[in-house]
Design a protein around this ligand. Structure first.
Ligand code: HEC
Length: 247
């Protein structure tokens, strides 16, 4: 029992209580589909859920002739565990040691960090990469041909994951200095310039099109801080630090 009188997390299947995936380019919440034979499958919340009782073609990796192949297996849906339910059960584990305000505050910070990473950096970066493929600037089958592809890969797979995992594991140094600091530094200083460079390598007209797209992107509100603070904002910030450190 916890101070709140709950005891909900009594399984050792830790994956059952995971509400976000921090693995892909863009994080999504994860629902869980459980089949009658005990097989389980994560469903990103962007994928439509089946109904209980539906028969679904699932794909399973098996070894045949020493090769890993995908096999289709028909399975009947026994139950669905939504991401909200998975989180409720995880909170049950936390509540064995912490009170609910503490745990809710943790999840508020964690969610906000993932949403910030998703909305400000990952979604626009992915949209640009997809459009560069559609424009014939990048070749989908040559994922490391251009500098921009290396930079993009590291943006989500290295610093982008460190930031998200850092937040989930309560590691401020990883969340910020090895995480979001590098995500934003590399986004502005490496990724966007490399987007333009790749487009220019295709043609002058393509380069001009992408220079304009990047300029428009940077004029969005969330990127204005790069251009500096207004005198009022700068003064407010100075006063806050004077008070905080009694300087
Ligand atoms: C077995 C008891 C226990 C459980 C279960 C537990 N914690 Fe903790 N947690 C602690 C203790 C003890 C500390 C303080 C560690 C320290 O002071 O170094 C702590 C620290 C923390 C901190 C502060 C970390 C920091 O660097 O300041 C956060 C946030 C936190 N826990 C959240 C959670 C969440 C969220 C869960 C559930 C997913 C959870 N805890 C589960 C015992 C627990």
């Amino acid at each position: 029992m916890t101070p709140n009188g709950e005891y909900v997390a009594n399984s050792h299947d830790v994956g059952e209580r995971i509400s976000w995936t921090l693995r892909p380019v863009i994080s999504t919440k994860l629902n869980l589909v459980v089949y009658e034979d005990g097989y389980k499958e994560d469903y990103p919340d962007t994928r439509e859920l089946p109904a209980v009782g539906d028969t679904i073609d699932t794909s399973e990796k098996v070894v045949e002739d020493e090769k890993l192949v995908s096999k289709t297996v028909s399975r009947k849906v026994a139950s669905i565990v939504t991401w909200e339910e998975r989180r409720r059960v995880m909170k049950g584990a936390c509540l064995n040691c912490h009170n609910d305000t503490y745990v809710d505050n943790f999840y508020k910070q964690f969610d906000d960090l993932v949403v910030l990473y998703n909305e400000k950096f990952a979604k626009p970066a992915k949209a640009m990469m997809d459009e560069l493929i559609a424009d014939g600037v990048l070749n989908q089958d040559a994922p490391f041909e251009h500098e921009v592809q290396w930079v993009y890969w590291e943006l989500w797979h290295h610093e982008g994951r460190r930031a998200r995992h850092g937040a989930s594991m309560m590691g401020p140094d990883y969340t910020h200095w090895h995480g979001m600091y590098e995500v934003s530094k590399h986004y502005y200083e490496k990724f966007l310039p490399a987007v333009i460079k790749a487009a220019e390598a295709k043609s002058g007209a393509m380069g001009r099109k992408w220079q304009q797209k990047v300029d428009e992107h940077l004029s969005r509100e969330e990127h204005q801080w790069l251009k500096g603070l207004s005198p009022e904002e700068a003064e407010r910030l100075r006063r806050m630090y004077q008070q905080r450190y009694n300087e």
